[in-house]
Design a protein around this ligand. Structure first.
Ligand SMILES: *[C@@H]1O[C@H](CO)[C@@H](O)[C@H](O)[C@H]1NC(C)=O
Length: 519
């Protein structure tokens, strides 16, 4: 076999000159905590940013941004196209076969996220928010915010805890909104201003406890039927209150994980059958949004695991009146190991006009206590990427991560439901750790922007190599490529069907790459 076909990519390993304009652009400050990879340590004075990544000038070259278990974090390079394919895994992109338009990637402004960020100095807070939102960060574009408390709060609460206040005279945002959510959401809006888009959607964990059959924020209970109207007004008031604070709400999900409310669930929840959701949206929520002038606020249903596709949204959307009010179907990843992504496809095929969006995923939720946070885990980053690729190649219009910043235990969480996060805060040292999961998100969020379109690709052997491909409005092709093997795998990417030039890569073991191709 001709060894010349295996030659390594002619990566020009210089950092693009334009990076010099970012005086703050720095290498990852690596720290190992004994996991399979490392974190990057950031402080107020030092943090790694990605900087500008100019697209290739013409079809003879390509831009490549790389992260790997052993060494790189967003290493930027240029490669040269070859006229022969190597004999490794071939990926053929077909930009003419277009699927869903992407709406964005992001995370959640939970109380706990803000609680942890607020413990840092102003300078370190700024490094953290820049890392997520600034042009030199990973450009999050679609973020979730719990409507009042969730388990990632230090207490259960709602915006009106005065029993029987059906007129909502005592409705008010909480201290948590003013201390831990709104200030950081506003700063995020400033950081993206002029360069990109940032949208927020709200999700309720529970209505006020007195509106529920069991009188508790948690446990087994549903919304009292006579509260369908007041609760709709409650959600309208949330949107108005955030709007008045300068934080527009683009959409809501109707209930976080509605099926948890049927069991004796430890944290804030509310049970909803699909039939009740269907009728409530038709008779109360939809009309309340229209009356308030919020008919353009997106309404997403389900907000729970893939296992409930397509039946749960199908039972809601079967009603033509309800159908008019509902914009999309929100999905969480917690059953994805057991439920194949073809459930996404079958849902899309039933309701091609309703978007699919992943609205919550996190690592560590089923890990042993003490291992909820794993500092420096490449495996967890790989799990993110495998899932994102699965979802965006099956019609998901984006992928919204859970908490954006947790403490080293994976909290705070008022029921000790600790989990991992792409950013872990070390308040005592006024630093934070960017986990490999942060880079996993960034390989998508920084490059696949709202408005880009998912396009077809074929992969000759998916046992170790995964890929998702997109096209930008200007025709630039974006390919995100993962190598799950421990060994180097030769890969040859053909940026369009019939192109006679190829990006030949020797893809390092356990590595992740975003490639940009000119048309
Ligand atoms: C619900 O929350 C209360 C505290 O508000 C707690 O005492 C109770 O144990 C919780 N219920 C369940 C089922 O965990």
């Amino acid at each position: 076999m001709a060894s010349r076909r295996f030659f390594a990519v002619k990566l020009v390993v210089f950092y693009l000159a334009v990076l010099a304009f970012y005086t703050s652009a720095q290498e990852c400050n690596q720290q190992s905590f004994g996991s399979d990879s490392f974190v990057c340590v950031c402080s107020g004075s030092s943090c790694d940013y990605i900087g500008d990544v100019p697209p290739p000038a013409d079809t003879s070259s390509f831009t490549i941004v790389s992260s790997s278990k052993d060494s790189d974090r967003f290493a930027v390079g240029l490669g040269t196209m070859d006229s022969l394919q190597n004999s490794g895994v071939t990926i053929t992109v077909d930009p003419s076969v277009r699927y869903q338009t992407m709406m964005g990637f992001g995370g959640a402004f939970t109380d706990s996220t803000g609680f942890n960020v607020a413990k840092l100095s102003a300078e370190t807070q700024e490094s953290l928010l820049r890392s997520y939102f600034a042009p030199e960060g990973i450009r999050y574009s679609l973020c979730r915010v719990p409507i009042a408390g969730s388990d990632f709060s230090t207490r259960p609460y709602s915006y009106d805890d005065v029993p029987g206040d059906v007129n909502l005279d005592n409705f008010a945002l909480a201290e948590e909104d003013y201390l831990y959510k709104l200030p950081f959401m506003k700063r995020a809006l400033e950081l993206v201003s002029g360069t990109s888009d940032l949208k927020f959607f709200g999700s309720p964990w529970a209505p006020p406890a007195w509106m529920k059959t069991n009188g508790m924020a948690n446990g087994s209970g549903s919304l009292l039927t006579e509260m369908w109207g007041p609760y709709s007004n409650y959600l309208v008031k949330f949107i108005s209150a955030y709007e008045e604070e300068g934080v527009p709400i683009w959409g809501i999900t109707t209930q976080n994980e509605p099926m948890t409310g049927f069991s004796d669930w430890p944290w804030n929840t509310c049970a909803w059958t699909a039939e009740d959701q269907r009728d409530w949206i038709k008779t109360n929520l939809g009309p309340a949004f229209v009356d308030a002038g919020y008919d353009d606020v997106k309404i997403m249903v389900l907000d729970h695991n893939r296992e409930f596709l397509p039946d749960y949204p199908a039972a809601i959307l079967e009603d033509p009146e309800t159908y008019k009010y509902v914009d999309g179907i929100a999905v969480h990843w917690y059953s994805d190991n057991n439920d194949y992504p073809d459930r996404l496809t079958s849902t899309h095929d039933l309701f091609p006009d309703k978007f699919l969006l992943y609205t919550e995923s996190c690592e560590g939720w089923n890990a042993a206590p003490g291992n909820r946070v794993e500092l420096g885990s490449w495996q967890r980053a790989q799990n993110y990427v495998v899932n994102i690729i699965d979802d965006v190649t099956h019609y998901s219009t984006g992928w919204v991560d859970w908490n954006m910043a947790l403490d080293q235990e994976g909290g705070p969480n008022w029921v000790s439901n600790f989990v991992d996060s792409p950013v872990i805060v070390n308040a005592a040292e006024d630093t934070f750790y960017k986990q490999p999961m942060f880079y996993a998100m960034g390989h998508f969020s920084r490059f696949v922007l709202p408005g880009d379109v998912a396009v077809d690709r074929s992969i000759s052997d998916e046992s170790q190599i995964r890929a998702a491909t997109f096209v930008k409005p200007d025709g630039t092709v974006v390919a995100v490529i993962l190598n799950m093997a421990e060994e180097v795998v030769p890969v040859s990417i053909q940026p369009s069907v019939g192109a006679d030039f190829y990006a030949n890569l020797m893809v390092p073991g356990k590595s992740l790459h975003t490639l940009l191709f000119a048309v």
